[in-house]
Design a protein around this ligand. Sequence first.
Ligand code: ATP
Ligand code: MG
Length: 369
Amino acid sequence: MYLKELTLNNYRNYHNIGLKFDSSRIMFVGKNAQGKTNILESIFLTCTGRSHRTPRDNELIRWGQDSCYIRVLVERRVGYNSIEVFLSLKDKKKIKINGVAIQKLGQLMGHFNAIMFSPEDLKLVKEAPSERRRYMDMEISQMKPQYFYNLQQYNRILAHRNNLLKEIGKNPGAKKMLPIFDEQLSEVGAFIIKHRYEFIDSLSKIAREIHWRISSRSERLDIKYRPSIRASSLDIEDIREKFFTALEKNKPEDVQRGSTGVGCHRDDIGFEINGVDVRIFGSQGQQRTVALSLKLSDVELMYRETGEYPVLLLDDVMSELDGERLKRLFEELGDVQVFVTATDLNSIPPLELEKFHIYEIEGGKVIKR
Ligand SMILES: Nc1ncnc2c1ncn2[C@@H]1O[C@H](COP(=O)(O)OP(=O)(O)OP(=O)(O)O)[C@@H](O)[C@H]1O
Ligand SMILES: [Mg+2]
């Protein structure tokens, strides 16, 4: 997919801009707080209907205005898609695809795909397991709606089970209800675990090769699924049994604590470089490269799933990768259209810079160089 045109009207610090792109390498350059991230954010918004930075649409409307408008024109393998987003302080969000209003946000998915990589993605490598579970869940859900459904089920059953555990503390007789929830939780949980195994398996193969190349063949990346409940095979029945047994075994502790100590909600992903845990021992640049390898793998996975490459949005990657890694990164991208932001052109190898169409951004004004 290629983004050909972008129109912004009262979006963040932009008044009225219309840009046309006819390159697969686009760079937005400017000092801090000029509107570089705002542009990438607006592009991302037309893919998912949401900002990657805030759940509150009102923040996206230019201060002092009561509505804003974003339009993109996207070239697909076959034909074009125009996507329009209208936000208003007074009204519900409206989205049109090729001039036709959609009823549900879900209908937007797939018309324009972009992968965003921003500094916050470093959290994925550095922070608590919940970040990594969220990543895994989002990725798998996009590819398999059935997974999303099962995940919602799981969370619902888990909440019920936790309530019951608290109840048992006060009224031990309530215990007889527990096996019903354990049955349900292990059934749905087994589906989730199986799909997480499969996802991490394909992800790790792709990411390992990408990371190997970006690090100039010096770092072997291993991505490991670390499930809270281990099964010896991918047989869903086997996983379900192990899950159920683990719940049974943990029952006394669970009752004491009033919550469920084992299950999918305790899973994690491990990242190792040359056998060493990146989260604990990795350098800042290494952690960033791992997060980047993951995003590039997402690009590849999305291609395999949909038959088209998404657009890649890279916010602030220049700041922490050395020249060599940057060069490899852009080699890796081939024909994928990429939008990058930078504050300092001097940090970019001249040979790389040559390939870019450069747009200078200052206080919400965009000038093509
Ligand atoms: N709703 C809004 N209306 C007007 N201006 C806004 C709005 N939201 C944010 N801004 C302004 O946009 C600017 C931030 O833009 P952005 O985050 O795109 O900067 P940036 O160029 O990416 O900077 P950095 O290099 O620091 O990442 C801020 O100055 C902020 O005041
Ligand atoms: Mg920024």
